[in-house]
Design a protein. Sequence first.
Length: 193
Amino acid sequence: MDPHTNLSNMWKQIKTISGQKPAKQASHPEPITEANRLINSFADRCDSVQLPPATQRKQRKLRPERRENISHACNAVAPTDVPFPTKELRDTLKPQKDTAAGADKISYSMIRESGDEAYEELLYIINQSYTSSRLPQAWKNAIFMPIHKPKEQKKFRPIFLLICLGKTAEKNYSHPTPVASRQVTPQHLCLHQ
């Protein structure tokens, strides 16, 4: 298991380890060798050398223009790449009822009542995370808790307790207010000094 193991596979592995479910035999005697053979076969069939010569010439001719377009698109600043305003953070926190807090033990109500300076710091972190496309490591950690299913006491379902700060940022990222309706002005922005 690793951080990218999906829940279904995780539960299968837990049941296998605990002896509740026997391990399934591989459908092929050498699955890794077979997988590599299939990958190489697919790559060979998809290689540009398989294309007709006229198509290969067109590809070579278009390659510099395509690279330029990709480079330009990667370096262009999108109109949506503006910092989240304080109002948007407050709106995100308003409807959040308190749920079990993550490893940091900070609840939504604690964030809501933390005051303007804490909002500015949190907004700075959220905006830095958004513009750099990187999440703080602590936001990626979760507490895993198996709880009994209501009607089947011998079966469990997984609960992952994430940090409320990270969940708040995720809500801003995934459901941002349209830029045109933000009315972004210097008074709305919290910029770290």
